[in-house]
Design a protein around this ligand. Structure first.
Ligand SMILES: [Zn+2]
Length: 317
């Protein structure tokens, strides 16, 4: 008998987080944005399975739902730990010593007991979606990846990390549909999220990975702000990364050379970058978009230097 491949506990954790009720802080206030899962995504379970599933979701809700998957060090540690044990079908080390993940006993027990329910009801669909996502993006990465990554590193005036970047493609990720944690550098992308489909998937992949090379931009913005005695705009670097990835990928994804479908692209075969398509600039970043178009775009076009572009943006804040 062949051994079934292990259910990914990491993906199970994300599924629990997706189905856990909205996040609330100690005062009962909404603790931040949450992922909205369609009601029909809820698995149809037997009574016994439902009990185990509800218990696991309740455990997640009670212990983790008030924390953000990206900003909570607890949750990013847990994510990395579960990622490290991806070849294990247990977390307690009962059957195989090296599968002792050293996690809290209760959490280990909850994840192990709900794993068969996840495996039977959600995993087949998640596994299919994950493979489909990878199969769609892989040819684009093979075709365009080297050129795009060199261009991005040039723009940020740095180099990519030496080691390969680990990307976990999972059914669910965080509320944003994808996120990146550093030390160790790991990207998580939801394969089911409508925002990550089609040719756009390539932009999401490069946006997330660019988190690892955007440090010089953050440093330059901070430096310019200090020199001018200005408050450091918290998200300008992130808006810049969205803008840059979108503009660098636009010609590639507009050319029709991508082979994939073009959901979300504008009529006439153009490509609408993620931040425009998802309305990110309208959510408090509209001034940033103007600055980026005015001062950063010339740098991307080769008519201004990196330092000048950043200095001009900051002085116009
Ligand atoms: Zn980002």
């Amino acid at each position: 008998m062949t051994r079934k491949p292990p259910v990914r506990f990491l993906f199970l954790l994300f599924a629990l987080s997706a189905f856990a009720p909205a996040r609330f802080d100690k005062n009962g206030k909404n603790a931040g944005p949450t992922l909205k899962v369609a009601p029909e995504a809820k698995p149809a379970l037997t009574a016994a399975e439902q009990r185990v599933w509800d218990e696991a979701v309740a455990y997640y809700a009670a212990n983790y739902a008030n924390k953000d998957l990206l900003f909570s060090s607890d949750l990013s540690q847990l994510k990395d730990q579960l990622g490290d044990f991806e070849d294990c079908d247990e977390l307690s080390g009962r059957k195989r010593k090296f599968c002792d993940a050293g996690m809290p006993a209760k959490l280990t027990q909850v994840l192990e007991s709900v794993a068969p329910v996840y495996r039977a009801h959600l995993w087949p669909e998640h596994d299919r979606a994950n493979r489909r996502w990878i199969a769609r993006v892989a040819p684009l990465v093979r075709e365009q990846g080297v050129g795009l990554s060199e261009r991005l590193a040039d723009i940020y005036q740095t180099r990519w990390p030496r080691q390969k970047i680990r990307v976990d493609v999972t059914g669910y990720a965080n509320w944003a549909g994808a996120y990146t944690t550093v030390d160790p550098l790991r990207v998580t992308i939801s394969s089911l999220d409508p925002r990550n489909q089609g040719a756009e998937a390539l932009e999401v992949l490069f946006h997330e990975s660019s988190h690892s090379i955007a440090e010089p931009v953050q440093a330059a913005i901070i430096r310019e702000c200090r020199q001018r005695d200005k408050a450091i705009p918290r998200d300008l670097w992130h808006a810049l990364v969205f803008y840059t990835t979108g503009e660098v990928l636009r010609p590639v994804l507009s050319s029709g050379a991508t082979g994939g479908d073009h959901d979300g692209s504008v009529p006439g075969g153009g490509y609408t970058p993620y931040a425009l398509r998802e309305g990110l600039y309208q959510r408090g970043w509209s001034d940033y978009l103007k600055l980026l178009q005015r001062f950063w775009q010339p740098y991307l076009d080769g008519t201004a230097s990196f330092d000048d572009a950043i200095a001009r943006m900051v002085s116009s804040l």
